[in-house]
Design a protein around this ligand. Structure first.
Ligand code: DGY
Length: 327
């Protein structure tokens, strides 16, 4: 508790308006020193005396941090929460919250942006033009792949996966998907998406877009055997989590031309990018920005702040990831 009687909350990184005002009403906000490393020991030390932590995807919130005496809630400003050891939090009765729903369309937009950019070589074409290499129209210059009418394979048909399928309709794409929990038939028909097993998806897709959370089951879901089954003309898009794709295997597969290209927003060891991806002109690289629009990031900030404020007031936050902690 602060002198003003408010509970202390550690804010790992600044958030956008109106998040700070919502938080400040319910808590004394303790900013994490920006020059301090983001390791568990440093976070644990900074969290001393705090009942809440507002974290982001790059913050490791595991046993050491969760053992902070009096800690009640960790509010992650993200829909993904693989940076938090939820089982350990549940055991310690610490609530964990996330920001689902508000970023689905923005992320689906960006997955499609990456798909288009890779298919039509937009990034490569931009640097070609800027560097003065454009000397006139040529019939064989910068030939890409058609998106219109192609087959899109979606791995994971949650809210974001469905958003991508919906966008694909406008491009008259054939949409197939793989998910261990398929959609009910009516939802499937409405979306125009056909469920298939992973093998068939890999073999038939011109574009493969990944939309699964990171878990033990999805770690390296895409590795050498999967790349072997892809069309040599296919393009892989990943806006989910880096470790879902075995990055070293992807590099080898691209070198061996097992697939035609990739467009990535996330990496196995963020912010590091596999050095061999950097010079590849058939790979589009973005810095984990799929949800980065002003409106969405500010809605995520507000939602995370509201989750924390509710927890501090003794309520049950609306986006509780471990509901068993607060019946
Ligand atoms: C998330 O929300 O999980 C994204 O990766 C960051 O927006």
């Amino acid at each position: 508790m602060s002198a003003a009687g408010k509970p202390r909350v550690l804010l790992m990184h600044p958030i956008l308006d109106p998040g700070p005002a919502i938080l400040a009403e319910a808590a004394e906000v303790v900013p994490y020193p920006p020059d301090r490393p983001l390791d568990e020991a440093s976070i644990r030390q900074a969290a001393d005396g705090c009942v809440g932590i507002v974290s982001q995807v790059m913050d490791p919130i595991r046993e050491a941090v969760l053992s902070t005496p009096g800690l009640k809630c960790v509010s992650n400003v993200a829909v993904g929460f693989d940076n938090i050891d939820v089982a350990a939090a549940t055991q310690r009765k610490v609530m964990v919250t996330n920001t689902p729903g508000v970023l689905d369309d923005t992320t689906a937009d960006f997955a499609f942006t990456l798909l288009m950019a890779a298919a039509r070589r937009v990034v490569e074409a931009d640097s070609f033009t800027r560097s003065g290499k454009f000397r006139g129209w040529a019939i064989d210059m910068m030939l890409g792949a058609d998106v219109y009418g192609a087959t899109l394979g979606i791995i994971g048909i949650g809210r974001i996966g469905r958003g991508v399928a919906h966008r694909a309709k406008g491009f008259n794409m054939r949409v197939i998907y793989y998910d261990p929990h398929p959609l009910p038939p009516e939802a499937q028909d409405q979306l125009g998406a056909t469920p298939v097993d992973l093998r068939r998806l890999l073999m038939e897709s011109d574009f493969i877009s990944i939309h699964v959370p990171l878990s033990q089951d999805t770690h390296h879901l895409m590795s050498t055997p999967q790349f072997e089954q892809m069309k040599r003309t296919a393009i892989l898009i990943n806006t989910s989590r880096g470790p879902v794709v075995d990055e070293a295997a992807l590099v080898e597969a691209l070198k061996a031309k097992k697939l035609a290209g990739a467009a990535l927003d996330v990496y196995e060891r963020e912010p590091a990018v596999h050095p061999n991806l950097i010079p590849m002109s058939n790979v589009v690289l973005a810095p984990h920005i799929a949800s980065a629009t002003t409106r969405t990031r500010s809605e995520m900030s507000a939602m995370a702040a509201r989750n924390m404020a509710t927890a501090l007031r003794g309520g049950r936050p609306p986006n509780l990831v471990n509901p068993e902690v607060k019946k």
